[in-house]
Design a protein around this ligand. Structure first.
Ligand code: C2E
Ligand code: MG
Ligand code: MG
Ligand code: MG
Length: 280
């Protein structure tokens, strides 16, 4: 019978499936508990002007700091958080940490540069996302120009019309919007034609291969050129080598984020850079 056949399949796959499911269930429980215990922290990675060495911004990147003091990178828990919906809570946790940090920095009289926060596509299913963002900024009394939202290209593709409306509105309030991982998806150019965004973050993959691959190099240079003509600022992600920096110089793009200049760092360490306003 059909049922018999199905059962056979179930038996055949179930062990592996159960293991995976059990692991996911456990991680889900741990994540919820970790949220309750405030175990998530924001690390900060500088964005630097390669000509002046000035700090021009930073990206907040989530880390899970467990009670036994392990630091778990987002790659290990963001994918499951996206599946379970927990990611929206995590994003807001990071957002509030960033706002609190900016608030303290402003109170210290520091000349703050914008900090960008990653937001999952899942927020866009929720109509209260925009008002919540604005209210939270209001609560910390942090001016909108100090916040940039990073949306991944694929998220934009999935929810184009919603994100179109969202970006129009949020930018009216003075919050900048960046398209993250630009070029990693499959309809980047198409989206760019219609969407008003402030910043393009060109995907690391382009840079990785640009140095020794002429085709990639041409694409990289063209993206830089295009962004300039569209009056969109460009951040090059994953700058790891002097060679990468040379390539940036050759095509006249200035803003880098990458290990060559600084790795993501904990808040207290970043606070020193924030005060100095300069990396090198
Ligand atoms: P992303 O938003 O594209 O962030 C950049 C990632 O590239 C970070 O990894 C950063 O540490 C890494 N990176 C920076 N410079 C270099 C470099 O020179 N070389 C290499 N190999 N890597 C570099 P991280 O912190 O592990 O984050 C990975 C991804 O996890 C992020 O990619 C983002 O998609 C996601 N993520 C991180 N924090 C959050 C968050 O608060 N909310 C959401 N929804 N996603 C987050
Ligand atoms: Mg990002
Ligand atoms: Mg990125
Ligand atoms: Mg990425």
């Amino acid at each position: 019978t059909i049922k018999g056949v199905l059962n056979q399949h179930v038996v055949y796959y179930s062990k592996q499936f159960d293991d995976q499911t059990a692991r996911n269930e456990e991680l889900k429980r741990d994540l919820k508990l970790a949220i309750k215990n405030d175990e998530f922290v924001a690390f900060y990675q500088p964005k630097v002007d390669i000509n002046s060495g000035k700090l021009v911004g930073a990206e907040a990147l989530i880390r899970w700091q467990t009670k036994d003091n392990r630091l778990i990178p987002p790659g290990d828990f963001i994918p499951l958080s996206e599946k379970t919906g927990l990611v929206t809570d995590l994003d807001m946790i990071v957002f509030e940490k960033v706002l609190a940090f900016l608030r303290r920095s402003l109170d210290e009289g520091i000349e703050c540069v914008p900090i960008s926060v990653n937001f999952s596509r899942l927020h866009f299913a929720n109509e209260s996302f925009l008002p919540t963002l604005l209210q939270t900024m209001e609560r910390y009394q942090v001016p909108a120009h100090l916040i940039e939202l990073e949306l991944t290209e694929s998220a934009i593709f999935d929810n184009f019309s919603i994100i179109y409306d969202f970006t129009e509105k949020v930018r009216e309030y003075g919050v900048a919007v960046a398209m993250d991982d630009f070029g990693s998806g499959y309809s980047s150019l198409n989206m760019l034609k219609d969407l008003a965004i402030d910043t393009l973050k060109i995907d690391r993959a382009f840079l990785e291969e640009a140095a020794d691959n002429e085709k990639r190099n041409i694409i990289f240079v063209s993206v830089v050129e295009m962004a300039r003509k569209l009056n969109i600022s460009l951040v090059v992600e994953g700058v790891e080598t002097g060679e990468n920096v040379s390539l940036m110089r050759e095509c006249g793009c200035n803003i880098a984020q990458g290990y060559y200049f600084a790795r993501p760092m904990e808040e207290s360490k970043f606070a020193e850079l924030f005060r100095e306003g300069k990396l090198c």
